[in-house]
Design a protein. Structure first.
Length: 330
């Protein structure tokens, strides 16, 4: 997982150094006060966990405290709107997952444009997802699962953590690819959805390994049918991917990116990118991400251009899925 110091982003580091010498931000060197990292979700959730892991090592690199601030509501759009409208001085930045790519299709009225109203700092990490069922679900393996859901259709329920949640998006993609309509059951968070799955109140759930790995490893509370990544996980090597079991091209990773308001000065963006890279090379961060079955993205993605390209591609991909599903949020 350790980042290669000889990656092509070396050119970006050189550019960063050049940017530091520019006088664009006035008399004092940036930053001369704490930086606020806005998280769109509640404390203790997966995105918040990532933000708090990054904050301390980023602060060391910047020479200032990085304050994590939770701004919750409306599927992450309240936080994104806040940062889009913040002063473009580098002191208010956003960490957000793939919800940045799905919001344009999910919401009829969006107060910001993810592709136009932000500067990009870099992509961070990928979190795999797993497809689970209640322990007493009839299907013993993935092929039996496909046969069962195609025979029973809307009698089969699939839980999620609410509209716009990654668990809902994973479920939508599953429904889209198997071509069978299931009954979606939204919850107020991933925790309640997983609890009801273990209690037998809902049949299926697709959710992040940060939530599901402990119950999978327990072996007695759920059935697991596969992982949503293109390759098997090193932490669960016996668990096959959905792709290798016949759901070709099925891949869902909960990726995260860091953003700043549009027109944030190059000096601040450059230093923030260097700080992000330093955080991702921190031993504690790498160890913790490995424990969560998560992976730091490839070096070329920990760049403004890498994040921009990924966001554009994901916006197209999820736009098609969401429109096909006919799902919209207010």
């Amino acid at each position: 997982m350790k980042l290669n110091s000889n990656l092509r982003a070396g050119a970006w580091i050189v550019a960063c150094a050049a940017a530091f010498s520019t006088p664009a931000m006035g008399q004092g060197a940036w930053p001369d006060k704490p930086v606020t990292l806005v998280v769109p979700y509640s404390a203790g959730g997966p995105t918040d966990v990532v933000a708090r892991m990054l904050a301390i090592p980023m602060g060391k690199s910047l020479g200032q405290t990085v304050i994590v601030e939770n701004t919750v509501g409306a599927g992450g759009t309240i936080a994104a709107t806040r940062v889009a409208r913040a002063a473009p001085n580098g002191y208010t930045i956003l960490i957000h997952h793939m919800g940045m790519a799905t919001a344009p299709a999910l919401y009829k009225k969006l107060a910001y444009d993810p592709l136009k109203d932000f500067e990009y700092i870099g992509q961070v990490m990928d979190v795999p997802m797993t497809l689970l069922s209640r322990k007493d679900f009839p299907a013993k393996n993935f092929q039996e699962l496909l046969t069962y859901v195609k025979a029973n259709k809307e009698k089969v329920s699939i839980g999620n953590a609410g509209i716009g949640a990654v668990s809902q998006l994973c479920g939508m993609l599953f429904i889209h690819q198997i071509g069978v309509k299931l009954t979606e059951v939204p919850y107020k968070g991933a925790g309640p959805a997983l609890n009801d799955l273990m209690g037998g109140q809902v049949d299926l759930l697709c959710d992040q390994t940060t939530q599901t790995a402990p119950v999978i490893k327990d072996g007695n509370r759920v059935k697991v049918y596969g992982v949503t990544t293109s390759k098997r996980l090193s932490t669960m090597p016996d668990l096959p991917t959905l792709d290798e079991q016949g759901l070709k091209g099925f891949e869902v990773k909960v990726w995260h990116g860091v953003y700043a308001p549009k027109n944030t000065p190059p000096e601040a963006l450059a230093k923030l990118n260097v700080a992000l890279r330093a955080a991702l090379q921190d031993d504690h961060v790498m160890k913790r991400l490995a424990e969560l079955s998560s992976e730091i993205v490839s070096p070329e993605k920990v760049t403004p251009e890498g994040l921009r390209k990924h966001l554009e591609a994901e916006t197209v991909k999820w736009g098609k899925v969401i429109r096909a599903a006919g799902v919209q949020a207010e």
